[in-house]
Design a protein around this ligand. Structure first.
Ligand code: G3P
Length: 219
């Protein structure tokens, strides 16, 4: 299972990369705005900075909602670095743009996916990744993980290559459940990745090992 970090914060991206388990980064316009990044030149520079830190794919989202605008933006983003994946919203024009990019060999991430039908369309259009937002479905009392199960079943039925990128992951249990279901990728905050480290018995066990070593050395 690939681990992507869902942030535009360079310090957090560096920390995840330093841990040695990072496979990529996803961003969105809200995450860029949260870091105070605005204006085309600054946004482009920020994507370049992210690409310098990580080894894997970096999703960069288009702002346009019409086919021509998405194509223009996406081609410019894709030219920045081989790591760039053009993130396209699941709307009619977006499906057309994903098909276009897939025929041109440009990687895509179909975002804002909330149903299995949307995921099926994304796969048929040739998306590299599909991003079902599990946390936001949970927020409205709908089964986010159940959607991942449905998409896994459908993609396996037909052998679609599109990778299921579980997005809007909020905590470590989401990560574990996605791994059990067989999501190809998860993207979440650094806190959710680091929470996988935690177990009280690990801390207690280490404390005892170190205390025993110290006592034995003192004898
Ligand atoms: O980047 C897309 C998705 O992961 C957003 O997550 O937490 O804003 O619902 P969230």
């Amino acid at each position: 299972m690939k681990f992507f970090i869902d942030t535009a914060n360079l310090d957090q991206i560096r920390e995840a990369q330093d841990l040695g388990v990072l496979d990529g980064v996803t961003t969105n316009p809200s995450l860029m705005a949260k870091e105070g990044i605005s204006g085309e030149d600054n946004i482009i520079s920020h994507y370049k900075a992210i690409c310098e830190i990580v080894d894997g794919d970096v999703s960069a989202e288009v702002i346009s909602t019409d086919f021509d605008g998405m194509v223009q933006e996406g081609e410019k983003l894709a030219a920045l670095d081989d790591k760039i994946v053009v993130k396209v919203p699941m709307i009619k024009e977006g499906v057309k743009a994903i098909k276009y990019f897939s025929q041109k060999g440009i990687k895509t991430n179909c975002t804002l996916v909330f149903s299995a039908g949307q995921a099926l369309l994304a796969a048929k259009a040739g998306a590299t990744y599909v991003s079902p937002f599990i946390g936001r479905l949970d927020d409205i009392s709908t089964d986010g993980l159940g959607l991942i199960e449905d998409i896994r079943l459908i993609y396996d039925n037909y052998g679609y290559d599109t990778e299921i990128l579980a997005a809007s992951v909020r905590h470590s249990t989401h990560i574990l459940e996605c791994a059990k279901i067989g999501a190809d990728v998860m993207t979440g905050p650094l806190s959710a990745i680091l929470a996988l480290l935690k177990h009280p018995l690990t801390d207690i066990g280490l404390e005892k090992f170190l205390a025993d070593h110290k006592n034995a050395s003192a004898k």
